[in-house]
Design a protein around this ligand. Structure first.
Ligand SMILES: C[S@@+](CC[C@H](N)C(=O)[O-])C[C@H]1O[C@@H](n2cnc3c(N)ncnc32)[C@H](O)[C@@H]1O
Length: 234
């Protein structure tokens, strides 16, 4: 169980959640706001030797972001990746982030406001994106897919395909599947995803040119390893 997972999900129908209420979803919602960020910084700095930060930078690089592009971060948490994306697409671009946790979204909004970055953070869920068809050039998601049960992954990928423009890019990064880890890395709580299974799901959702790369744990790092995937909407 993740230390910041919500103890019980509220089950108001998606779309009816108030500003302070989490969207109902079957995956675990994470909370904590600044406490989540502090925990993440300590974990990344002292256990992962900065490989968590490197993972998000690699995801942004893999997306080949260009100034002026429109980008969505799904399961954005406290918005760390969206901040990096906003720097890369510049003022002419548009960046949005969604997460079911109002506390994480409030923290993301505060971080963006401090940096004067006009990022649109919304409480929302991958299975019911509120954006019109063919809105985004790029959709990214980091460390989120392993939270979702299989049917929700399929539903979410169909939604991502819907909001991407034709030829748009999808980039997913997630921890290595727990059963594929060895040594200290196997002790980390997060389940992770199999890149092979994720690639098959993405192809089933109608994406093509699926490319993957792996990120191994560095020496003396407890980082569990990660996989990154880029695909194009046909
Ligand atoms: C481990 S966090 C990763 C957050 C962020 N992407 C990052 O890299 O720091 C996983 C996030 O997925 C969110 N999540 C859970 N279920 C979701 C759903 N159905 N749709 C969108 N996000 C979801 C959680 O609330 C949580 O913030």
């Amino acid at each position: 169980m993740h230390p910041f997972a919500r103890a019980r999900h509220r089950h108001s129908p998606a779309g009816e959640a108030s500003a302070n209420e989490a969207k109902a979803t079957t995956g675990p919602i994470l909370e904590g706001g600044w406490r989540y960020d502090l925990h993440g910084w300590l974990l990344d700095t002292f256990w992962f030797r900065g490989q968590g930060r490197e993972l998000r930078r690699r995801a942004a690089t893999l997306a080949r972001l260009r100034p002026g592009e429109q980008v969505l971060d799904v399961g954005c948490g406290t918005g760390t990746l969206a901040l990096e994306v906003a720097r890369r697409v510049g003022r002419a671009g548009r960046v949005a982030g969604i997460d079911p946790s109002p506390e994480q979204i409030a923290r993301a909004r505060a971080k963006a406001a401090r940096r004067h970055l006009p990022i649109e953070f919304q409480v929302g869920v991958i299975e019911q994106l509120t954006f019109p068809d063919q809105t985004f050039d790029v959709v990214l998601s980091t460390l989120m897919m392993h939270h979702l049960p299989a049917p929700l992954k399929r539903q979410g990928l169909a939604e991502i395909a819907r909001v991407l423009k034709p030829g748009g890019r999808l980039v997913i990064a997630d921890f290595t599947h727990k059963q594929d880890r060895a040594g200290q890395a196997a002790r980390f709580h997060a389940e992770g995803s199999s890149l092979h299974d994720l690639g098959a799901l993405v192809a089933d959702a109608g994406f093509s040119q699926v490319e993957t790369e792996e990120m191994a744990p560095a020496r003396f790092s407890a980082f569990p390893g990660a996989g990154l995937l880029r695909a194009h909407k046909s």
